[in-house]
Design a binder for this molecule. Structure first.
Ligand SMILES: [Cu+2]
Length: 493
C-alpha cells in the first residue's frame, strides 16, 4: 500500500512538472522568448543557491548526527598506540579537502547565479591564462607534497620495528575464514612450507621444526593490553585484507607474499565498552540480543577488507583485548596444540616412533600407579602391558613399545622382591600349536629386553598361552585386538 502511494505521488509529480513546462512554454510565446529565458535563468540560479545551502546543511548535519559512530570521533578514538598518528593524518587531509569542498561548492553555485544569462551581457572569452594555470597547478602540488610527506612519515612510524619485544601471531586468510596461529610456550611460530600442506596440515607447518609443535590455532584473537604485537599476514588462495578497524590496522593478505603489521593495543575490550556506555547511541538494545544494550555486546572485529568472493562477509573474527593476567590465564586454557590434537602419531608425524620427555614421564607415572595398585591388590595380579605391541604377525616390537618395557624394568628395580611371569597371548586366528609358539616367542622378546636392562633371569619367566585365555570377543576386530596382548603377572612379592 505504502509503495503504491509513493508510486502514485511520483507519477503525479511528474505529470505536474510536465504540465508546468507546457504552461511556461505557452507563457513564453505570449510574452516573447527573450523575457521568458531571462526569467528562467534567474529562477534556476536562485534554485541553485537554495540547493547549495540545503546540501551544505545536509552534509554537515549528517556528519554531526553520525559523529559518535565514526572511527576516530566520539568514543571511537583509536584502540592502538599508533592509531592516533593515522587519525591525525586523516584529519589533516580532511581539513584541506573540507576547505576546498566548501569553497568550490559556494563558488560553483554563486557563479551560476551571478553570471546567469542576461540581456546585453556577453561572456568573456578567455582561451588561456598562464598565471591562473600556474596558480591552480602549484597550490594542489604543494598541498599534495605536504600530505604525501606527512603520510610517508606516519607510515614509517607505524610500520617501523623499534626492536621492542613483541608477541607474534599469524593470520592466514582463505575463502572464507581466518586461521589464527599462536606461537605457544616457546613464543616462536614454526616454519611453514606450502609443500607440506595436506588434509591434516592445513597451514603446511613443517613438523621437523620443533617450534611448530607447541603452536596452536585459536578461534578468536586474544591479546594483552599494552604489549606490542606483530601479526604475520598471509593468504592461501586469493587476495584478502587483514583489517582491525578499531586499531587502524589494515594490510593485504597476499598468497605467496607474507606481509606483517605491528601494533600495540592500548585499551581492553571491557574499558572500551565502558567508554561507549557514556554515549546515548550505545544505550539502545542490541537487535541480536535484545536484553542487552549495544555497548554491552560490543566487540572489536577482525574483518576481511578485500572483496574476496561470495562469502566475503563471513570472514569475521572477534578480537578480545584483556589484561596481562587474563591473557596468561587464557593461554593456559589453550592446551591442545595443533600438532598434539591432530598430527601426533599419524603417518605425518616425524616423531611417531619416539615419545617426548613429557609423554614418557606421564606414561611412567601412570604405569607406576598401576604397578603399585596391582602389588596391593589381593586378587588381580595381572598388568596388561597395553603399550607393548608387535609388528603384524611378527615377534618384533613396535618402536614405541620400548618405553613401557623401560617403565616395567624401572618398577622391578624399585621393588627387588617382585617376581613376574611374562604372559604372551594371541587371538584365535591360526592353529592352536602355532599360536602357542608365537605367543611364547613374543613373551620371550619382552623377557630378553628386560634381561638386557639388568633384571635378573631368576625373577622372571616367559610363557606363551596362545589363544587359551581370551579377554575379548574373538569374533570382532576389536575383540581380537584385545586378545593379542602381553601381560606381566606378579607371581611373588
Ligand atoms: Cu577475504
Amino acid at each position: 500500500m505504502t509503495f503504491l502511494i509513493i508510486f502514485l505521488c511520483i507519477v503525479l509529480t511528474a505529470v505536474v512538472l510536465v504540465q508546468l513546462g507546457k504552461v511556461t512554454e505557452i507563457a513564453r510565446t505570449i510574452r516573447g522568448e527573450a523575457d521568458a529565458q531571462e526569467d528562467l535563468n534567474t529562477r534556476q540560479g536562485f534554485i541553485g543557491m537554495v540547493f547549495m545551502v540545503l546540501f551544505m546543511i545536509f552534509c554537515l548535519g549528517s556528519a554531526w548526527y553520525y559523529k559518535n559512530w565514526m572511527l576516530g570521533y566520539g568514543p571511537h578514538e583509536s584502540a592502538s598506540e599508533h592509531g592516533g598518528v593515522l587519525d591525525s593524518m586523516f584529519n589533516i587531509t580532511l581539513g584541506f579537502t573540507y576547505v576546498v569542498f566548501v569553497l568550490t561548492h559556494i563558488a560553483l553555485f554563486w557563479y551560476a547565479w551571478k553570471y546567469r544569462g542576461r540581456r546585453g551581457r556577453k561572456a568573456l572569452f578567455m582561451p588561456h591564462d598562464t598565471k591562473l594555470e600556474l596558480v591552480w597547478t602549484a597550490i594542489p602540488a604543494i598541498v599534495m607534497c605536504f600530505l604525501v610527506v606527512n603520510g610517508l612519515m606516519a607510515w614509517n612510524e607505524v610500520m617501523g620495528d623499534d626492536g621492542d619485544e613483541d608477541i607474534e601471531i599469524e593470520a592466514t586468510a582463505q575463502q572464507f575464514s581466518w586461521t589464527i596461529r599462536y606461537p605457544g610456550q616457546d613464543g616462536k611460530l614454526g616454519e611453514k612450507d606450502y609443500k607440506s600442506i595436506t588434509g591434516l596440515n592445513a597451514l603446511g607447518q613443517v613438523w621437523t621444526d620443533t617450534k611448530n609443535l607447541d603452536d596452536f590455532n585459536a578461534d578468536k584473537i586474544v591479546l594483552p593490553v599494552g604489549k606490542k604485537v606483530r601479526v604475520r599476514i598471509t593468504a592461501k588462495d586469493v587476495l584478502h585484507n587483514f583489517d582491525l578497524p578499531h586499531f587502524r590496522v589494515k594490510m593485504d593478505a597476499i598468497p605467496g607474499l607474507p606481509t606483517y603489521f605491528y601494533f600495540t593495543p592500548k585499551i581492553t575490550t571491557k574499558d572500551y565498552r565502558k567508554n561507549l556506555a557514556d554515549y546515548p547511541e550505545y544505550q539502545a538494545p542490541d537487535p541480536n540480543s535484545p536484553d542487552k544494550k549495544l555497548w554491552e555486546t560490543f566487540n572489536f572485529d577482525l574483518a576481511c577488507a578485500e572483496l574476496c568472493g561470495s562469502g566475503h562477509y563471513a570472514m569475521k573474527k572477534i578480537v578480545e583485548i584483556v589484561t596481562e593476567e587474563e591473557y596468561e590465564k587464557w593461554l593456559t586454557t589453550q592446551n591442545s596444540t595443533y600438532f598434539t590434537s591432530g598430527v601426533r602419531f599419524s603417518d605425518e608425524d616425524p616423531y611417531k616412533n619416539d615419545l617426548f620427555d613429557n609423554e614418557d614421564k606421564a606414561q611412567a607415572a601412570a604405569f607406576k600407579t598401576t604397578f603399585e595398585s596391582t602389588l596391593l591388590s589381593e586378587e588381580d595380579k595381572t598388568i596388561i602391558l597395553d603399550k607393548v605391541e608387535f609388528a603384524f604377525a611378527k615377534s618384533e616390537l613396535t618402536p614405541l613399545s620400548r618405553y613401557q618395557i623401560n617403565h616395567l624394568a624401572a618398577e622391578l628395580k624399585r621393588n627387588p622382591n617382585v617376581q613376574i611371569e611374562l604372559a604372551g597371548h594371541t587371538d584365535n586366528v591360526g592353529s592352536d600349536e602355532n599360536n602357542l609358539t608365537f605367543s611364547e616367542s613374543r613373551a620371550n622378546v619382552v623377557y630378553n629386553m628386560l634381561l638386557q636392562k639388568g633384571i635378573d633371569a631368576d625373577r622372571m619367566r616367559a610363557v606363551g598361552y596362545g589363544d587359551r585365555q581370551p579377554i575379548g570377543d574373538n569374533d570382532t576386530d576389536a575383540g581380537r585386538q584385545k586378545n593379542r596382548r602381553t601381560e606381566a603377572r606378579i607371581i611373588a612379592q
